[in-house]
Design a protein around this ligand. Structure first.
Ligand SMILES: [Zn+2]
Length: 300
């Protein structure tokens, strides 16, 4: 039976914000059941729940907030939380973005493993897709399809770049915590050197470096150690989509399929799903095994 989960102990991490370049501290604390995932800007005393209604920007990252206050780059932390099925947590942050860490979800995985997980008394709700919901932007596409039991990602990217084309541009991933940790969580965000220079000129990506992203020039990967997976680029897209899907507020049972999608299209998809309640149902697994294999976050 799947129950709601929070973390056992408070944990803290410090890192740089990829856009501001500032040092930011993030603190995760246990939260009561039925509370959800809540971000708190401790520098200005504003609470921002992790939900689709709070999305204010999807261009370079997923940002939540309101007219005055925002928290950017939430997707890698949300992805790590979803990997352990942790759906209740308070996230204090003293700046306008979650630290980028190494550009993947792995540092947050270590943090959650040291925090440990606690199962709560309420059953966990799953959103089971009953029929396909699809969104497009030009030639880009994202959809959620019914899948009998489980959560699958089938993601294709299409970059005209020799390094990306040298590896598979499509990845299919069936979720379990262990497979997420092994195959997805270490995939880093990536960017192109010419875009990076443009972003810096716009006062963005001030904290960006080879320490927190794969950087490509026209021909090659500039990071000395190369890639962590041959298909790290498309795997990072899965990591991002998994985090963005958690904005639905439920664990998804279905197949996420996407072509050339990013945060913006996944956000459109999440909105389209919530706007069509006939396409899904909420289910729980009271008294029977849940189809998603969430493992405990075990103390390191
Ligand atoms: Zn990302």
């Amino acid at each position: 039976m799947a129950k709601q989960r929070t973390i056992r102990n408070q944990v803290q991490a410090q890192g740089v914000g990829i856009h501001s370049g500032q040092s930011i501290c993030v603190t995760l604390s246990p939260a009561p059941e039925d509370s959800g995932i809540m971000f708190r800007r401790t520098d200005c005393g504003v609470d921002i729940p992790a939900g689709v209604q709070q999305v204010v920007d999807t261009q370079l990252c997923t940002a939540l907030g309101n007219d005055q206050t925002r928290i950017g780059t939430v997707e890698h932390l949300l992805s790590a939380l979803a990997g352990f099925g942790i759906d209740k947590v308070l996230i204090d942050v003293d700046g306008a973005e979650i630290p980028i860490m190494d550009g993947s979800a792995e540092p947050f995985i270590f943090l959650l493993q040291s925090a440990g997980a606690v199962e709560q008394s309420q059953v966990k709700q799953f959103l089971r897709v009953k029929r396909t919901v699809r969104v497009t932007q030009g030639d880009k596409m994202a959809e959620l399809n019914p899948l009998e039991n489980g959560l699958r990602f089938d993601v294709t990217i299409d970059f005209d770049h020799p390094v990306i084309q040298a590896g598979p541009q499509r990845a299919v991933f069936d979720f379990s915590t262990m497979s997420y940790l092994k195959d997805i969580s270490r995939a880093r965000t990536f960017g192109f050197l010419h875009e990076y220079e443009q972003l810096k000129a716009m006062n963005l990506a001030l904290g960006g470096s080879l320490e927190n992203a794969i950087v490509l020039d026209d021909q090659q990967v500039l990071n000395e150690d190369g890639l962590r997976y041959p298909d790290e680029f498309v795997k990072h897209k899965i990591l991002d989509a998994f985090g963005d899907l958690s904005l639905l507020g439920y664990s998804v049972l279905g197949e996420y399929r996407a072509y050339k999608a990013g945060h913006s299209l996944t956000y459109d998809l999440v909105q389209a799903v919530l706007a069509d309640p006939s396409a899904w149902e909420l289910v729980n697994f009271d008294g029977c095994p849940a189809p998603l294999d969430y493992q405990w976050a075990v103390a390191a």
